[in-house]
Design a protein around this ligand. Structure first.
Ligand SMILES: *[C@@H]1O[C@H](CO)[C@@H](O)[C@H](O)[C@H]1NC(C)=O
Ligand SMILES: *[C@@H]1O[C@H](CO)[C@@H](O)[C@H](O)[C@H]1NC(C)=O
Length: 281
């Protein structure tokens, strides 16, 4: 009986060991373009971060960039990086080109070798845009939206395993003419499009693209279709103002030219009355 208990305990310890071993795996994080994200460092040794190094590999690149060296931010041209009190790496106003693999490492001394293993985090960035110029968004026009995930694998139809993008189309009425990225998990894609013929009621409508990982919704991103009809009303007065300015300048040129031509030659002293009339016209 005691033996059975013992082996059960041993098994439990093994399982727990295996479970904690999983934490050494790469963490996957998703962000929308423009959001702020915090990448955790799971192997911190000195709580003051003086042992922490963050390395970055851009999607598809083998070049490693050291972004944090022993607790200090390096070479941050865009000033969007900062270090959290727990040595996590904060990236503000995330851009598509921030996608890639970030690896947290520990070095107890400046010259010594790495302490322990890597703590990698893969950052993927979700983007949405209209391939139709926004000035062309009017009723009866076709609008094509594109939703893409930039990941450490790069940018394309191939997704990280278990991840897929899809359009949220729960409103009745406007049905898409053409779209890729349906709810079909067999055709998982990380670069999907949607084409709809806009209707009057689609002014200021939100179109949503959703990212799911193993069937769970992780993040969504919206695009709002705002008709450019309202900005046309603004364009007309501007062209009127331009015409008015142009006419004023032309009138001024003509006036100056006329008054110069009709100015009497220098040799003859101008008569006070005549000259006064010319300059006041
Ligand atoms: C950070 O903490 C370590 C270990 O406690 C210490 O040796 C080191 O001097 C500290 N560094 C700074 C900059 O405070
Ligand atoms: C569509 O789905 C979104 C998210 O689930 C929800 O917020 C919205 O109210 C739904 N719209 C309609 C018309 O059902």
């Amino acid at each position: 009986m005691a033996d059975i208990h013992h082996s059960f305990l041993g098994l439990l310890v093994t399982v727990l060991y295996l479970l904690t071993g999983v934490s050494g795996e790469t963490l996957s994080m998703f962000s929308r373009v423009g959001d702020d994200v915090s990448l955790p460092c799971n192997n911190v040794v000195y709580p003051n971060c003086s042992s922490t190094v963050w390395n970055y590999n851009r999607a598809g690149s083998t070049v490693t960039i050291e972004v944090v060296a022993l607790g200090k931010i390096k070479d941050d041209k865009t000033e969007r990086l900062s270090l959290g009190s727990d040595c996590s790496l904060h990236v503000s106003n995330v851009r598509a080109e921030d996608a890639g693999r970030y690896t947290c490492q520990q070095f107890l001394t400046e010259t010594g070798s790495q302490h322990g293993g890597d703590a990698p985090v893969d950052l993927s960035v979700l983007t949405i845009s209209s391939t139709t110029p926004v000035t062309d968004l009017t009723p009866d026009a076709d609008m094509t939206l594109r939703c893409s995930l930039f990941s450490f694998m790069g940018h394309g139809t191939q997704c990280i395993s278990g991840v897929s993008l899809s359009w949220v189309l729960n409103e009745t009425g406007t049905e898409p003419q053409k779209y890729s990225g349906s709810q079909d998990p067999q055709h998982s894609s990380c670069d999907i499009t949607l084409t709809v013929t806009l209707q009057k009621k689609d002014n200021n409508r939100k179109w949503t693209c959703t990212l799911t990982e193993k069937g769970n919704v992780k993040i969504s991103i919206d695009f709002t279709s705002t008709f450019s009809g309202t900005s046309n009303a603004v364009k007309l007065p501007i062209s009127h103002i331009m015409l008015f300015v142009a006419l004023t300048i032309m009138a001024a040129i003509v006036t100056i030219h006329t008054s110069r031509r009709s100015r009497p030659p220098k040799a003859l002293p101008p008569q006070a009355g005549e000259s006064h009339r010319h300059w006041s016209s």
